[in-house]
Design a protein. Structure first.
Length: 466
Protein backbone atom coordinates (compact mmCIF):
# COMPACT_ATOMS: atom_id res chain seq x y z
CA UNK A 1 0.00 0.00 0.00
CA UNK A 2 2.89 2.40 0.70
CA UNK A 3 3.90 2.73 -2.94
CA UNK A 4 0.25 3.35 -3.87
CA UNK A 5 -0.07 6.01 -1.18
CA UNK A 6 3.07 7.80 -2.35
CA UNK A 7 1.83 7.65 -5.92
CA UNK A 8 -1.48 9.27 -4.95
CA UNK A 9 0.32 12.08 -3.10
CA UNK A 10 2.59 12.62 -6.07
CA UNK A 11 -0.48 12.59 -8.33
CA UNK A 12 -2.13 15.39 -6.32
CA UNK A 13 1.01 17.48 -6.51
CA UNK A 14 1.24 16.94 -10.27
CA UNK A 15 -2.36 18.00 -10.78
CA UNK A 16 -1.82 21.30 -8.99
CA UNK A 17 1.48 22.02 -10.76
CA UNK A 18 0.12 21.11 -14.19
CA UNK A 19 -2.95 23.25 -13.64
CA UNK A 20 -0.95 26.32 -12.59
CA UNK A 21 1.35 26.06 -15.62
CA UNK A 22 -0.86 24.94 -18.51
CA UNK A 23 -4.52 25.76 -18.18
CA UNK A 24 -6.93 28.63 -17.86
CA UNK A 25 -8.66 29.57 -14.64
CA UNK A 26 -11.64 27.28 -15.14
CA UNK A 27 -9.43 24.25 -15.71
CA UNK A 28 -7.26 25.20 -12.76
CA UNK A 29 -10.20 25.38 -10.43
CA UNK A 30 -11.38 21.93 -11.51
CA UNK A 31 -7.91 20.48 -10.95
CA UNK A 32 -7.69 22.07 -7.51
CA UNK A 33 -11.14 20.79 -6.56
CA UNK A 34 -10.12 17.31 -7.69
CA UNK A 35 -6.92 17.52 -5.69
CA UNK A 36 -8.80 18.62 -2.59
CA UNK A 37 -11.31 15.78 -2.98
CA UNK A 38 -8.50 13.24 -3.29
CA UNK A 39 -6.76 14.72 -0.29
CA UNK A 40 -9.94 14.36 1.78
CA UNK A 41 -10.32 10.72 0.81
CA UNK A 42 -6.65 9.99 1.30
CA UNK A 43 -6.94 11.26 4.87
CA UNK A 44 -9.71 8.73 5.47
CA UNK A 45 -7.24 5.97 4.59
CA UNK A 46 -5.18 6.74 7.72
CA UNK A 47 -1.95 8.02 6.22
CA UNK A 48 0.76 8.18 8.88
CA UNK A 49 4.30 9.44 9.53
CA UNK A 50 5.99 11.82 7.14
CA UNK A 51 3.12 11.44 4.63
CA UNK A 52 0.89 13.49 6.93
CA UNK A 53 3.32 16.37 6.68
CA UNK A 54 3.35 16.19 2.91
CA UNK A 55 -0.44 16.04 2.79
CA UNK A 56 -0.74 19.04 5.08
CA UNK A 57 1.54 21.04 2.81
CA UNK A 58 -0.41 20.07 -0.29
CA UNK A 59 -3.69 20.90 1.39
CA UNK A 60 -2.38 24.29 2.41
CA UNK A 61 -1.37 25.00 -1.18
CA UNK A 62 -4.72 23.73 -2.42
CA UNK A 63 -6.66 25.94 -0.01
CA UNK A 64 -4.62 28.97 -1.08
CA UNK A 65 -5.33 28.31 -4.76
CA UNK A 66 -8.98 27.61 -4.02
CA UNK A 67 -9.38 30.94 -2.22
CA UNK A 68 -7.60 32.75 -5.03
CA UNK A 69 -9.64 31.40 -7.93
CA UNK A 70 -12.79 30.03 -6.29
CA UNK A 71 -14.89 33.20 -6.31
CA UNK A 72 -14.12 33.90 -9.95
CA UNK A 73 -15.21 30.41 -10.94
CA UNK A 74 -18.54 30.77 -9.15
CA UNK A 75 -19.18 33.93 -11.15
CA UNK A 76 -18.56 31.96 -14.38
CA UNK A 77 -21.26 29.47 -13.35
CA UNK A 78 -19.39 26.16 -13.44
CA UNK A 79 -22.47 23.95 -13.01
CA UNK A 80 -20.54 20.69 -12.70
CA UNK A 81 -18.61 22.07 -9.74
CA UNK A 82 -21.64 23.58 -8.05
CA UNK A 83 -23.75 20.43 -8.47
CA UNK A 84 -21.33 18.12 -6.64
CA UNK A 85 -23.00 16.44 -3.68
CA UNK A 86 -20.46 14.61 -1.58
CA UNK A 87 -21.34 11.06 -0.55
CA UNK A 88 -20.15 9.36 2.60
CA UNK A 89 -17.08 7.14 2.22
CA UNK A 90 -17.27 5.91 5.80
CA UNK A 91 -19.24 2.75 4.93
CA UNK A 92 -16.85 1.66 2.19
CA UNK A 93 -14.36 -1.09 3.16
CA UNK A 94 -10.70 -0.17 2.92
CA UNK A 95 -9.98 -2.82 0.28
CA UNK A 96 -12.76 -1.40 -1.92
CA UNK A 97 -11.37 2.13 -1.67
CA UNK A 98 -7.93 0.85 -2.63
CA UNK A 99 -9.29 -0.68 -5.87
CA UNK A 100 -11.25 2.34 -7.05
CA UNK A 101 -10.31 4.16 -10.23
CA UNK A 102 -10.92 7.89 -10.57
CA UNK A 103 -14.33 7.21 -12.16
CA UNK A 104 -15.30 4.93 -9.30
CA UNK A 105 -14.07 7.45 -6.73
CA UNK A 106 -16.19 10.23 -8.25
CA UNK A 107 -19.29 8.01 -8.32
CA UNK A 108 -18.75 6.95 -4.70
CA UNK A 109 -18.29 10.55 -3.64
CA UNK A 110 -21.68 11.27 -5.23
CA UNK A 111 -23.30 8.55 -3.12
CA UNK A 112 -23.50 5.67 -5.63
CA UNK A 113 -21.79 3.05 -3.46
CA UNK A 114 -24.38 0.89 -1.67
CA UNK A 115 -23.52 -1.58 1.12
CA UNK A 116 -25.00 -5.07 0.68
CA UNK A 117 -23.38 -7.14 3.45
CA UNK A 118 -24.96 -10.47 2.49
CA UNK A 119 -23.11 -13.71 3.32
CA UNK A 120 -23.54 -17.44 2.89
CA UNK A 121 -21.63 -20.17 4.68
CA UNK A 122 -20.94 -23.17 2.44
CA UNK A 123 -18.65 -25.97 3.60
CA UNK A 124 -15.52 -24.40 5.12
CA UNK A 125 -16.03 -21.20 3.13
CA UNK A 126 -17.94 -17.98 3.58
CA UNK A 127 -18.88 -15.86 0.56
CA UNK A 128 -19.82 -12.24 1.33
CA UNK A 129 -21.10 -9.57 -1.04
CA UNK A 130 -19.84 -6.42 0.68
CA UNK A 131 -21.36 -3.83 -1.61
CA UNK A 132 -21.93 -2.52 -5.11
CA UNK A 133 -21.09 0.60 -7.04
CA UNK A 134 -23.71 0.98 -9.74
CA UNK A 135 -25.24 3.17 -12.41
CA UNK A 136 -27.76 2.37 -15.15
CA UNK A 137 -25.37 0.36 -17.32
CA UNK A 138 -22.67 -1.02 -15.06
CA UNK A 139 -22.20 -2.58 -11.64
CA UNK A 140 -19.01 -3.21 -9.71
CA UNK A 141 -19.60 -6.04 -7.26
CA UNK A 142 -17.19 -6.30 -4.31
CA UNK A 143 -16.85 -9.75 -2.74
CA UNK A 144 -14.93 -11.30 0.15
CA UNK A 145 -14.05 -15.00 0.33
CA UNK A 146 -13.06 -16.49 3.69
CA UNK A 147 -11.62 -19.95 4.34
CA UNK A 148 -12.81 -20.68 7.86
CA UNK A 149 -10.72 -23.85 8.06
CA UNK A 150 -7.68 -21.62 8.50
CA UNK A 151 -5.87 -22.94 5.42
CA UNK A 152 -3.91 -20.30 3.53
CA UNK A 153 -4.57 -21.65 0.04
CA UNK A 154 -5.96 -19.74 -2.94
CA UNK A 155 -9.73 -19.95 -3.32
CA UNK A 156 -11.53 -19.79 -6.64
CA UNK A 157 -15.10 -19.52 -7.90
CA UNK A 158 -16.47 -21.60 -10.77
CA UNK A 159 -19.76 -21.93 -12.66
CA UNK A 160 -20.82 -18.53 -11.38
CA UNK A 161 -23.99 -16.97 -12.78
CA UNK A 162 -26.10 -13.87 -12.24
CA UNK A 163 -29.86 -14.08 -12.64
CA UNK A 164 -32.62 -11.49 -12.56
CA UNK A 165 -35.90 -12.02 -10.62
CA UNK A 166 -37.37 -13.87 -13.65
CA UNK A 167 -34.56 -16.40 -13.62
CA UNK A 168 -32.98 -15.07 -16.81
CA UNK A 169 -29.27 -14.45 -17.11
CA UNK A 170 -29.04 -10.73 -16.67
CA UNK A 171 -25.73 -9.02 -17.48
CA UNK A 172 -24.80 -8.37 -21.09
CA UNK A 173 -21.18 -8.89 -20.15
CA UNK A 174 -19.35 -10.21 -17.08
CA UNK A 175 -15.71 -9.33 -16.52
CA UNK A 176 -13.98 -12.17 -14.67
CA UNK A 177 -13.09 -11.31 -11.08
CA UNK A 178 -9.78 -9.66 -10.37
CA UNK A 179 -8.20 -10.78 -7.10
CA UNK A 180 -6.08 -8.39 -5.11
CA UNK A 181 -2.57 -9.77 -5.58
CA UNK A 182 -1.47 -9.30 -1.98
CA UNK A 183 -4.16 -11.57 -0.49
CA UNK A 184 -3.90 -14.54 -2.87
CA UNK A 185 -2.51 -16.89 -0.22
CA UNK A 186 -4.43 -15.62 2.79
CA UNK A 187 -7.48 -17.08 4.48
CA UNK A 188 -9.42 -14.00 3.33
CA UNK A 189 -9.48 -12.89 -0.32
CA UNK A 190 -11.17 -9.97 -2.06
CA UNK A 191 -12.32 -9.82 -5.65
CA UNK A 192 -14.39 -7.63 -7.94
CA UNK A 193 -16.83 -8.47 -10.72
CA UNK A 194 -17.80 -5.93 -13.37
CA UNK A 195 -21.29 -6.44 -14.82
CA UNK A 196 -22.53 -4.58 -17.91
CA UNK A 197 -26.21 -4.24 -18.82
CA UNK A 198 -28.29 -3.21 -21.83
CA UNK A 199 -31.00 -1.90 -19.52
CA UNK A 200 -30.83 -0.80 -15.92
CA UNK A 201 -31.40 -3.84 -13.65
CA UNK A 202 -34.37 -3.79 -11.30
CA UNK A 203 -32.39 -3.77 -8.05
CA UNK A 204 -32.21 -7.54 -7.48
CA UNK A 205 -29.75 -10.14 -8.76
CA UNK A 206 -29.14 -13.71 -7.65
CA UNK A 207 -25.45 -14.62 -7.55
CA UNK A 208 -24.72 -18.36 -7.56
CA UNK A 209 -21.72 -20.59 -8.14
CA UNK A 210 -19.22 -22.93 -6.54
CA UNK A 211 -16.18 -22.26 -4.38
CA UNK A 212 -13.21 -24.46 -3.62
CA UNK A 213 -9.48 -24.35 -3.01
CA UNK A 214 -7.60 -24.01 -6.30
CA UNK A 215 -4.70 -26.10 -4.97
CA UNK A 216 -6.62 -29.28 -4.14
CA UNK A 217 -9.33 -31.54 -5.50
CA UNK A 218 -11.73 -31.22 -2.62
CA UNK A 219 -15.44 -31.16 -3.40
CA UNK A 220 -16.86 -27.84 -4.56
CA UNK A 221 -19.20 -26.00 -2.20
CA UNK A 222 -22.24 -24.37 -3.81
CA UNK A 223 -23.58 -20.97 -2.80
CA UNK A 224 -26.43 -18.63 -3.76
CA UNK A 225 -26.80 -15.05 -2.56
CA UNK A 226 -29.57 -12.56 -3.31
CA UNK A 227 -28.17 -9.08 -3.92
CA UNK A 228 -30.54 -6.17 -3.38
CA UNK A 229 -29.92 -2.47 -3.84
CA UNK A 230 -31.80 0.76 -4.58
CA UNK A 231 -31.74 1.65 -8.31
CA UNK A 232 -33.61 4.91 -7.67
CA UNK A 233 -30.32 6.46 -6.54
CA UNK A 234 -29.07 6.62 -10.13
CA UNK A 235 -32.25 6.29 -12.23
CA UNK A 236 -31.93 9.82 -13.65
CA UNK A 237 -28.15 9.83 -13.94
CA UNK A 238 -27.80 9.19 -17.65
CA UNK A 239 -27.18 11.60 -20.51
CA UNK A 240 -27.51 10.54 -24.16
CA UNK A 241 -26.02 12.43 -27.12
CA UNK A 242 -27.30 11.46 -30.60
CA UNK A 243 -24.50 11.20 -33.19
CA UNK A 244 -25.79 9.35 -36.30
CA UNK A 245 -22.52 9.67 -38.19
CA UNK A 246 -22.10 7.09 -40.98
CA UNK A 247 -18.87 6.36 -42.84
CA UNK A 248 -17.81 3.85 -45.52
CA UNK A 249 -14.13 2.89 -45.74
CA UNK A 250 -13.19 0.67 -48.68
CA UNK A 251 -16.63 -0.93 -48.65
CA UNK A 252 -16.82 -1.38 -44.87
CA UNK A 253 -19.57 0.75 -43.32
CA UNK A 254 -20.27 1.76 -39.75
CA UNK A 255 -22.35 4.31 -37.87
CA UNK A 256 -21.46 6.14 -34.67
CA UNK A 257 -24.94 5.92 -33.22
CA UNK A 258 -24.92 7.59 -29.81
CA UNK A 259 -22.83 8.57 -26.83
CA UNK A 260 -24.22 7.53 -23.43
CA UNK A 261 -22.81 9.19 -20.31
CA UNK A 262 -23.24 7.64 -16.87
CA UNK A 263 -21.29 8.22 -13.65
CA UNK A 264 -19.13 5.11 -14.22
CA UNK A 265 -18.47 5.18 -17.96
CA UNK A 266 -18.84 6.87 -21.32
CA UNK A 267 -20.22 4.46 -23.94
CA UNK A 268 -19.95 5.05 -27.68
CA UNK A 269 -22.50 2.84 -29.48
CA UNK A 270 -21.43 1.66 -32.95
CA UNK A 271 -23.60 -0.02 -35.61
CA UNK A 272 -21.96 -2.20 -38.27
CA UNK A 273 -23.23 -4.36 -41.12
CA UNK A 274 -24.36 -7.66 -39.52
CA UNK A 275 -24.06 -9.50 -42.86
CA UNK A 276 -20.49 -8.44 -43.59
CA UNK A 277 -18.11 -11.34 -44.12
CA UNK A 278 -15.37 -9.38 -42.36
CA UNK A 279 -16.22 -7.57 -39.13
CA UNK A 280 -14.97 -4.17 -38.02
CA UNK A 281 -13.14 -5.11 -34.85
CA UNK A 282 -12.08 -1.64 -33.80
CA UNK A 283 -10.71 1.78 -34.62
CA UNK A 284 -7.01 2.63 -34.83
CA UNK A 285 -5.84 5.27 -32.33
CA UNK A 286 -9.40 6.25 -31.44
CA UNK A 287 -10.13 8.92 -28.84
CA UNK A 288 -12.70 11.46 -27.71
CA UNK A 289 -11.55 15.08 -27.41
CA UNK A 290 -13.48 17.45 -25.14
CA UNK A 291 -14.07 21.02 -26.38
CA UNK A 292 -11.33 20.80 -29.02
CA UNK A 293 -11.95 24.27 -30.47
CA UNK A 294 -12.33 26.22 -27.24
CA UNK A 295 -9.53 28.76 -26.92
CA UNK A 296 -7.54 29.27 -23.75
CA UNK A 297 -8.30 25.81 -22.44
CA UNK A 298 -6.17 22.72 -22.04
CA UNK A 299 -7.33 20.12 -24.59
CA UNK A 300 -8.38 16.93 -22.83
CA UNK A 301 -8.72 13.55 -24.58
CA UNK A 302 -9.95 10.19 -23.32
CA UNK A 303 -9.13 6.80 -24.82
CA UNK A 304 -11.09 3.51 -24.91
CA UNK A 305 -10.57 1.33 -21.85
CA UNK A 306 -12.67 -1.55 -23.16
CA UNK A 307 -14.48 -2.86 -26.23
CA UNK A 308 -17.66 -4.87 -26.65
CA UNK A 309 -18.68 -6.92 -29.67
CA UNK A 310 -21.62 -8.62 -31.33
CA UNK A 311 -21.64 -11.69 -33.54
CA UNK A 312 -21.99 -10.94 -37.26
CA UNK A 313 -22.00 -13.30 -40.26
CA UNK A 314 -19.89 -16.48 -40.09
CA UNK A 315 -19.44 -16.05 -36.33
CA UNK A 316 -17.28 -12.98 -36.91
CA UNK A 317 -17.12 -10.47 -34.10
CA UNK A 318 -17.98 -6.88 -34.92
CA UNK A 319 -17.56 -3.83 -32.72
CA UNK A 320 -20.69 -2.66 -30.90
CA UNK A 321 -19.43 -0.41 -28.09
CA UNK A 322 -16.35 1.52 -27.06
CA UNK A 323 -16.13 2.15 -23.32
CA UNK A 324 -14.27 5.26 -22.15
CA UNK A 325 -13.70 6.81 -18.74
CA UNK A 326 -16.64 8.77 -17.40
CA UNK A 327 -17.14 12.43 -18.32
CA UNK A 328 -20.58 12.58 -16.72
CA UNK A 329 -19.65 15.22 -14.15
CA UNK A 330 -17.88 17.53 -16.62
CA UNK A 331 -19.20 20.67 -18.32
CA UNK A 332 -18.78 20.08 -22.07
CA UNK A 333 -19.98 22.05 -25.09
CA UNK A 334 -18.60 19.86 -27.87
CA UNK A 335 -17.05 16.44 -28.24
CA UNK A 336 -14.82 15.22 -31.07
CA UNK A 337 -14.25 11.65 -32.24
CA UNK A 338 -10.88 10.98 -33.86
CA UNK A 339 -9.33 7.81 -35.31
CA UNK A 340 -6.70 6.98 -37.89
CA UNK A 341 -8.37 3.92 -39.40
CA UNK A 342 -10.19 0.65 -38.76
CA UNK A 343 -9.15 -2.90 -37.89
CA UNK A 344 -10.96 -5.74 -39.67
CA UNK A 345 -11.16 -9.32 -38.45
CA UNK A 346 -12.43 -12.64 -39.74
CA UNK A 347 -12.62 -16.01 -37.99
CA UNK A 348 -11.65 -19.36 -39.48
CA UNK A 349 -12.34 -22.67 -37.76
CA UNK A 350 -9.45 -25.03 -37.05
CA UNK A 351 -8.98 -28.56 -35.69
CA UNK A 352 -6.03 -30.00 -33.80
CA UNK A 353 -5.79 -33.78 -33.42
CA UNK A 354 -3.59 -35.23 -30.67
CA UNK A 355 -3.07 -38.75 -29.36
CA UNK A 356 -2.67 -37.79 -25.72
CA UNK A 357 -1.84 -41.38 -24.69
CA UNK A 358 1.20 -41.37 -27.02
CA UNK A 359 1.83 -37.62 -26.57
CA UNK A 360 1.79 -37.26 -30.35
CA UNK A 361 0.52 -34.35 -32.47
CA UNK A 362 -1.28 -35.91 -35.45
CA UNK A 363 -2.70 -32.89 -37.30
CA UNK A 364 -2.78 -29.13 -36.73
CA UNK A 365 -2.57 -25.84 -38.63
CA UNK A 366 1.01 -24.94 -39.49
CA UNK A 367 1.14 -22.13 -36.94
CA UNK A 368 0.33 -24.43 -33.96
CA UNK A 369 2.95 -26.62 -32.30
CA UNK A 370 2.70 -28.99 -29.34
CA UNK A 371 4.71 -27.46 -26.51
CA UNK A 372 4.01 -29.94 -23.69
CA UNK A 373 1.55 -32.56 -22.50
CA UNK A 374 1.76 -33.74 -18.91
CA UNK A 375 -0.24 -35.00 -15.96
CA UNK A 376 -0.15 -32.47 -13.14
CA UNK A 377 -1.49 -35.19 -10.83
CA UNK A 378 -3.66 -38.28 -11.06
CA UNK A 379 -6.72 -36.19 -11.87
CA UNK A 380 -5.61 -33.47 -14.30
CA UNK A 381 -3.86 -33.30 -17.68
CA UNK A 382 -2.28 -30.05 -18.88
CA UNK A 383 -1.86 -29.41 -22.60
CA UNK A 384 0.23 -26.49 -23.86
CA UNK A 385 0.10 -25.37 -27.50
CA UNK A 386 2.21 -22.59 -28.97
CA UNK A 387 0.68 -20.26 -31.56
CA UNK A 388 2.79 -18.39 -34.13
CA UNK A 389 0.93 -15.32 -35.48
CA UNK A 390 0.94 -14.81 -39.26
CA UNK A 391 2.17 -11.21 -38.82
CA UNK A 392 4.57 -11.34 -35.85
CA UNK A 393 6.01 -7.90 -36.59
CA UNK A 394 2.70 -6.11 -36.07
CA UNK A 395 1.74 -6.35 -32.37
CA UNK A 396 -1.47 -4.37 -33.00
CA UNK A 397 -2.86 -7.32 -34.96
CA UNK A 398 -1.82 -10.06 -32.55
CA UNK A 399 -4.10 -9.87 -29.43
CA UNK A 400 -6.70 -12.66 -29.24
CA UNK A 401 -5.47 -14.21 -32.50
CA UNK A 402 -7.01 -17.58 -31.62
CA UNK A 403 -9.44 -19.17 -29.20
CA UNK A 404 -10.55 -22.70 -28.34
CA UNK A 405 -14.05 -24.03 -27.89
CA UNK A 406 -15.00 -25.16 -24.38
CA UNK A 407 -15.34 -28.81 -25.39
CA UNK A 408 -13.12 -31.34 -27.13
CA UNK A 409 -14.05 -34.64 -28.82
CA UNK A 410 -12.73 -38.16 -28.40
CA UNK A 411 -12.50 -40.64 -31.30
CA UNK A 412 -16.08 -41.81 -30.74
CA UNK A 413 -17.47 -38.27 -30.95
CA UNK A 414 -18.15 -37.85 -27.23
CA UNK A 415 -17.80 -34.30 -25.94
CA UNK A 416 -15.67 -33.49 -22.89
CA UNK A 417 -15.34 -30.13 -21.21
CA UNK A 418 -12.08 -28.42 -20.30
CA UNK A 419 -11.44 -27.80 -16.61
CA UNK A 420 -9.82 -24.47 -17.49
CA UNK A 421 -8.20 -22.57 -20.32
CA UNK A 422 -5.59 -19.82 -20.09
CA UNK A 423 -3.74 -17.81 -22.71
CA UNK A 424 -0.27 -16.52 -21.84
CA UNK A 425 1.15 -14.47 -24.70
CA UNK A 426 1.25 -16.99 -27.57
CA UNK A 427 0.67 -20.15 -25.52
CA UNK A 428 -2.68 -21.85 -24.87
CA UNK A 429 -2.79 -23.78 -21.57
CA UNK A 430 -5.69 -26.25 -21.56
CA UNK A 431 -6.51 -28.50 -18.60
CA UNK A 432 -8.87 -31.48 -18.63
CA UNK A 433 -9.67 -34.59 -16.59
CA UNK A 434 -7.07 -37.37 -16.59
CA UNK A 435 -9.32 -40.11 -17.98
CA UNK A 436 -8.86 -42.99 -20.40
CA UNK A 437 -10.22 -41.45 -23.62
CA UNK A 438 -10.75 -43.23 -26.95
CA UNK A 439 -7.82 -41.83 -28.95
CA UNK A 440 -7.07 -39.53 -30.67
CA UNK A 441 -8.66 -36.36 -29.28
CA UNK A 442 -9.82 -33.43 -31.41
CA UNK A 443 -9.56 -29.85 -30.18
CA UNK A 444 -11.43 -27.16 -32.11
CA UNK A 445 -11.43 -23.39 -32.16
CA UNK A 446 -11.11 -20.31 -34.32
CA UNK A 447 -8.14 -18.49 -35.74
CA UNK A 448 -8.64 -14.75 -36.08
CA UNK A 449 -7.10 -12.96 -39.07
CA UNK A 450 -6.73 -9.20 -38.92
CA UNK A 451 -6.18 -6.36 -41.36
CA UNK A 452 -5.77 -2.63 -40.80
CA UNK A 453 -6.97 0.13 -43.14
CA UNK A 454 -5.49 3.57 -42.57
CA UNK A 455 -8.10 6.31 -42.96
CA UNK A 456 -8.10 9.56 -40.95
CA UNK A 457 -11.43 10.43 -39.31
CA UNK A 458 -12.56 13.42 -37.27
CA UNK A 459 -16.09 14.50 -36.43
CA UNK A 460 -17.24 17.24 -34.07
CA UNK A 461 -20.54 16.79 -32.25
CA UNK A 462 -22.35 19.48 -30.26
CA UNK A 463 -23.06 18.34 -26.74
CA UNK A 464 -26.86 18.31 -27.03
CA UNK A 465 -28.78 15.75 -25.01
CA UNK A 466 -31.67 13.78 -26.45
Amino acid sequence: MEHLENFRLHEIKQEIEAASEQVAEERLHQAVAKGLDRAKKTSIKRRIGFQVGIMAGLLALTVFLLNYWGQDMKEQGNSSYESVVQGSLGDIPEYVLSQMTSDMEAAAEHGLYQPVNRSEQTGPYQVTVDGILADQQQIYLFITLANQSGKSTPMELSNYQFYDPKGDRSPRRITSPAFMSNDKYKTVQHLTYTLSFDESPAGLLVFSGNIQSSSSYEAESAFEISIEWNPDIYKNLQRTIALHQTEVIEGHSFTLNSLVLTPLATTLAVDTDPEAGTGIEGFINSKLILDRKQEGRFVHAIYPRNYEYRYAADDNLSLSRLIFNSIYYRDINEITFQASGITLSSRHAFEITIDTAKEQLIAAPSNFTLLSLKENNAQEVELQLRYSPPQPDNPDLEPLSFDFNRYFLDQEGNRHRFLSGDYLKRVAILKFDALSYPQPLTFTGNQIDREQIQHAMQWDFPFIEQ
